[in-house]
Every structure is written in C-alpha cells, then in structure tokens.
Design a protein around this ligand. Structure first.
Ligand code: AMP
Ligand code: ZN
Length: 486
C-alpha cells in the first residue's frame, strides 16, 4: 500500500502510477534559483514543495539523488539582453561572482530555516561551461542549430520536422513561429520561436567565456539540460520547477535533450503552482515579492506580526502543491494557531493515559495518511487527517476515548513520521534550549556536589574543568553553585 504512489505528470496531463526507471533509485532534478537577489516566499513555496516530495520519496524507501542547480549566469532579463546577475553587479559596482556568492549563501540560510533538506548535488551553470559548449556543438552537428553573428540558436523549424516542440506546454509551434513580435532587436534569429543556445557577448558584457563561436555566454535553458543529464543520466525520473518555467524553459530543455541525445529526458514532469498575492503571481517586479526575512521580522506593511519559518511552512503545506495559494496575514495567523495545536498534541502523546482497549483506530489513520500522500503528495488532506489524531489525543486526555500502550506508541511513531520526517516541520516551542540546558546543568552540579560531599575532590574538579572546556564557567558561592555560559 505504501508504495502505490501516484503523481500528476504535467506532460501527459494525467495522474500516473509512479514507477521509477531503475528502482529503488530515483533521479530528481529541480530548477534552482537565479542568485541575483533574495528569494521571495513564492520561490520558497516551490522549493518547499519539492522538499516535501523529496522527503516523502525518502520516507517510502527510495534512494533519491536530488539535483538542484544554481543559476549563476545566462538568465537574461525579459526586455533586454542583459544578464540578471551582470546587471546587479554593474549597479552595485561589484564582481558578478560576489553577487552570486552573497545570494547563494543567503538562499542556503533561508532554506535551512525552513528545514528544507539540502539537495544531493547543487551544480552551478558556470561550473559546467565545457559541457554546455559540447552540447551546443552536438546540436549544431546534427543540423538542429545554426550560428549567426557569434551566437548559436536552436532551430525550432528544423527540430519540428520530426519532433513536437510545444509538447509540454501545449503551445502550437505554427503560432509560435508566426509571432514576429518577439523578433524585435533579435534579428540574428531566423525565426521568432528559435532560442539562444549560446549568446555573443558585447564588449561591455562582463560574464563571458571563449567558445568556438567567439566570446559569449550560454543560454539559460542549456544549463539544466546539461546538469540534469550529467548527474542523473540522459533519461531520468522526475523534473520539477514552478509552473511559470513550463514555457519556454522546460519546453526548450526537452528540445535540447532530444536534439542532443535522442532520448526522452524525463519520465514525470512535476510543476508547482504559484503563491499569489491578491490573486496574482507574487513577483518582485510587481512589488509583491515578500521575502522570508520580512515575514520573520514582521517587517512589512501587510503583516500584523512576525511569523516563524515553521508557521510559514505549515501555511504552505495546507495547500496542495498544484493549487495556487493566496498570501494573507489572516491565513498565516490561522496557520500559527493550527501548528501550535498540532505540536501541543504531539507533546501530549507521551503523557497520555493508557488502558486495556483502544477506541481509536490507528491502522485506519495510517492508511488515510499514506493514501493522501500517495495521491500526488496531497499534504492538505494528510494534515486534515493529522488533526483527527489531535482530536483523539484531546478526547483521550479527557477520558472520552481510550488507547492501549502499544497503540499509543504506534500513534506517536506515525505522527512523528508524518509531521517531522515527511512534512519537515519542527517543534519550535520545544526548541527552547535554555530551559533544557538549565535542567542539565542543575543535574550535573548536583552530581558534583555529591562528589564533594563524599570528599571525592578529584571528581568534582574534573567536572569543573571539563565544564570549563565546554564553555560553562562555574562559581561556588554562599548561595550554592552558579554557572555562566560562554
Ligand atoms: P527563479 O529564481 O526566478 O528562477 O525562480 C526560482 C523558482 O521559484 C522557480 O521554480 C519558479 O518557478 C519559482 N517561483 C517564482 N515565483 C513564484 C511564485 N510566485 N510562487 C511559486 N513559485 C514561484
Ligand atoms: Zn532549469
């Protein structure tokens, strides 16, 4: 039952049984961030959704290689041919790699706060230029790309003779080719639908490399074709990203892979829906790109308070990854309350009174939880079932339901597995270490006092010295022993 996972494949537009190409191994590739600014919580939603998917696959026992790239070159601004990172570097008068370093570190710190597991491999576009140049050459040699004025473009018309460009996004290639508007200022292209594999760098362009076609830089779509296949093979299981990447990014990736390697690259395409604001995609360019930092500090006119990363994560998990989720202060407040109830209930579990019979059905609950997650990772339904357990815990506390010791253990195991391992939530209230450290120190100091009382001064000195090495300075005073932590 646990392995009957079904996923919605956005390419076939159908729910399909998940059958990895080479079980128990699963290759998962997710398009990572373009590191030119702080991520906004829309980006965090997409990466958290894939964290849930990654965690659930691991929970089912798959051996997952999770590759998520860092785009550190080649992501052009829509309206110009300027690279996002170069632009930021130019505006701040710093090196492009300084921009990349700053926002890569920031991204890692952010995702750690949201308790997202790091990917197995996190390759960068600039670290794979040789492979990208090789793929451009392969596609050129096959007659499916052409060189024009120092740039190389993918020839959509030639490719479409045998393949279906538009198969993922459902776009019609004839319409795309007829759209002459997008040719403005890009007259090197033969056709409006063609896209850059390699771009010639203008003399003032800072990020550029030597290639057989002169100095330039890779097109944005190329890196993902190269890095996914390098680490996962030419045909791999899952490719993910936000819905907004379906076209052109993923459509172009498929075309590049098929042109270069003659293989269907991906078995399942998974696309996350957008975090919206007043019904529109949250986007920095629209001034609605709220950052995790603003949320955690409550530093935004829309917010009445600060929210913890786990509240934000829980808020996101309450929507299915393929549904839109509208951001609001009220929804976050509700999530904060819900999360608190869930965590309190988990804390209460170990203290629940037990009896000889159970009136609650743990097996049923387990089946429902797996059924929800097996239904294309349906976290909101799984959360609804977890709240049934919360209700039980309260009824058992009040003596209105009963549970055996065995069932209580099973319920604890089940809730821990789903809440902590699969959903990736943590109990922020029990994370208050000062209380724990206080308790622990009280205990150690009591043992030291006992050693002294027994005139075992060797042991009491060892305890003092060892504590000092660990950063705890202890002082014996008239009112007893106190400690300070360094
Ligand atoms: P970018 O750095 O712009 O390439 O975006 C990183 C990831 O965040 C991509 O997978 C995007 O699809 C995703 N993304 C961007 N905006 C949103 C949004 N408002 N909601 C959810 N995901 C988003
Ligand atoms: Zn990508």
């Amino acid at each position: 039952m646990q392995t009957a996972l079904n996923v919605y494949n956005s390419k076939s537009r159908q729910v399909e049984k998940f059958e990895p190409l080479n079980p128990p191994f699963v290759g998962l590739y997710v398009c990572g961030p373009t590191v030119y600014s702080e991520v906004h919580i829309g980006n965090v939603r997409t990466f958290s959704s894939f964290d849930l998917i990654y965690r659930y696959l691991l929970h089912l026992g798959y051996k997952v290689r999770y590759v998520r790239n860092i785009t550190d070159v080649g992501h052009l601004l829509d309206d110009t041919s300027e690279d996002r990172i170069s632009k930021k570097a130019r505006l701040e008068n710093i090196e492009p790699m300084e921009v990349v370093q700053r926002y890569t570190v920031d991204f890692h710190r952010t995702m750690e706060k949201f308790n997202a597991l790091p990917p197995s491999i996190e390759p960068t576009a600039t670290g794979h230029l040789i492979e990208q140049i090789e793929l451009v050459q392969t596609i050129l040699d096959k007659g499916l790309a052409y060189e024009s004025n120092g740039s190389v473009y993918f020839d959509v018309e030639a490719y479409s003779k045998n393949e279906n460009y538009g198969e993922l996004s459902g776009r019609n290639v004839d319409e795309l080719m007829a759209n002459t508007r997008s040719l403005d200022g890009q007259s090197d292209k033969r056709h409006p639908a063609d896209f850059a594999l390699w771009k010639k760098a203008e003399p003032q362009h800072i990020m550029k490399w030597d290639s057989p076609w002169g100095k330039g830089f890779p097109g944005w779509h190329l890196e993902c074709s190269v890095m996914s296949t390098k680490y996962l093979g030419r045909s791999f299981d899952i490719h993910g990203g936000g819905m907004d990447l379906k076209f052109p990014h993923h459509e172009c990736e498929i075309a590049q892979n098929k042109a270069g390697f003659d293989e269907e690259p991906v078995k399942y395409w998974l696309h996350t829906n957008m975090l919206t604001f007043n019904g529109r995609k949250m986007a920095k360019s629209e001034g609605t790109g709220i950052t995790p930092r603003e949320l955690m500090e409550g530093d935004h006119p829309l917010l009445s308070q600060a929210y913890s990363p786990m509240t934000i994560r829980f808020f996101m998990l309450q929507a299915h990854y393929r549904s839109t989720l509208d951001f609001s202060n009220e929804a976050l407040q509700a999530a904060e309350k819900g999360l608190k109830r869930l965590m309190t209930s988990i804390q209460d579990l170990s203290k629940l009174p037990t009896s000889d019979v159970s009136t609650v059905q743990i097996e049923d609950l387990s089946e429902k939880l797996y059924a929800a997650m097996n239904d294309d990772f349906n976290s909101p339904i799984a959360i609804a079932h977890l709240f049934e357990a919360v209700k039980w815990v309260n009824l058992i506390k009040d003596g209105k339901e009963t549970i055996t010791p065995n069932d209580r253990d099973s319920l604890a195991t089940l809730m821990h597995a789903f809440v902590f391992d699969v959903m990736g939530l943590t109990d922020e209230t029990s994370g208050d270490d000062t209380e724990k450290i206080d308790g622990l120190m009280e205990f150690v100091l009591q043992l030291r006092q006992e050693a002294k009382d027994n005139k075992n001064y060797g042991l009491s000195d060892t305890i003092r010295d060892r504590l000092k090495e660990l950063g705890f300075e202890i002082k014996d005073g008239k009112e007893g022993t106190t400690y300070t932590m360094h």
